[in-house]
Ligand binder design. Sequence first.
Ligand code: CAA
Length: 387
Amino acid sequence: MKIGLDQIHFATSDYFLDMAKLAQARGEDPNKYLIGIGQSKMAVIPPSQDSVTLAANAAAPLLTPALRSEIDTVIFASESGIDQSKSGAVYLQDLLQLPNTIRAFEVKQACYSATAAIQFAMGYIALHPTRKVLITASDIARYGLHTAGEPTQGGGAVAMVISANPHIIAFDPDSTVFTENIMDFWRPNYATEAMVDGHYSGHMYIDFFQDVFQRYCQQKQLHLADFAALAFHLPYTKMGLKALRAVLPTTDDTTQKRLLDNFEASRHYSRQVGNLYTGSLYLSLLSLLEQATTLKAGDRIGLFSYGSGAVSEFYSGHLQPDFKAALGNLDQVLAQRTEVTIPTYEKLFTTSLPTDGSALKFQTFINPQRYYLAGIDQHQRQYRRPQ
Ligand code: CAA
């Protein structure tokens, strides 16, 4: 039985920052951000959007009446959850008006957790082939104003439906995993921004990639030339390029060109959005599938997942005959966003919800056509469905 990605959809905020302008404001050469980091625009998430509303906005367009009755599990993958106890998935079940007869839970391991959710879903569907699993990979990447990590912020959510006989990619059941306790990036419970050893994290990302990729190829008797494309977790788009370049010398010129061309397609959306932590690999996959011009049914796509701390996994799948029909073109959506100025970005970044139980209602940066956070009262977030 084939099991894999049946549907995918992405949502981010309505606002973005121009990276060349951020570079100028921070006294950096714009080419450091545009080329050296590989980011052109960065999603700016207003306080009226959080990981739950981003996930709801990503998932809602997929939910036809038929799909609503087939989904029996919702997994909320995130490292920017809104509660230490209650899962974001329960809020999502309510906001999306999914049946009470589903199970809903949250998973976390930095940027890796959506991949863990997919692996869980594949095993679950192998036991229950008629069921479908909705996974949302939703995060807001925050390092802080005036930090080295600032140009690698961003945010958004990818919603995915995993099922038998998928329309987009059938995943192979095999994968290779590597886990090691390292302090490259973490966020203690009391912190609203990540702590990061940036250069160390980049080195570890490449080491972990080489380990899982080489073991995967050995186990399955594959070579780089057997992959039509590789999709990477993209904390910033140059990171994936560095990892790809680490393995390219093992293959011929034709394969190198194909993988580099397809890498450009895979980073097209992330370049305009920034890091969305656990959703980043899957935004890269969506970008690859929508933007690459030479992919065809049957092609093998490799996926590299990395979550600091750190856990990594490499797996792959084959494109299905009608994969293009299940996709759209995100460029049109991203083009409708509104640019914000540096002062507005900084104000939005530093606006926070009260933590003493008092009430706050957001009055601005609300789009009533989306799911949004209206405010907070007595420690309870007030969510609203689109009007
Ligand atoms: N023109 C072109 N390129 C330029 C340039 C210019 N004028 N000026 C600098 N550059 C290049 C540099 O040569 C460098 O390229 P290489 O990486 O290829 O050497 C690049 O721009 C960045 O320059 P620096 O290394 O000097 O930048 P920095 O020290 O200010 O910070 C960073 C870069 C470490 C990535 C920082 O942004 C950061 O800490 N980000 C967060 C951590 C992160 O994303 N880590 C990724 C792995 S961990 C992970 O994947 C999980 C996750 O999601 C966080």
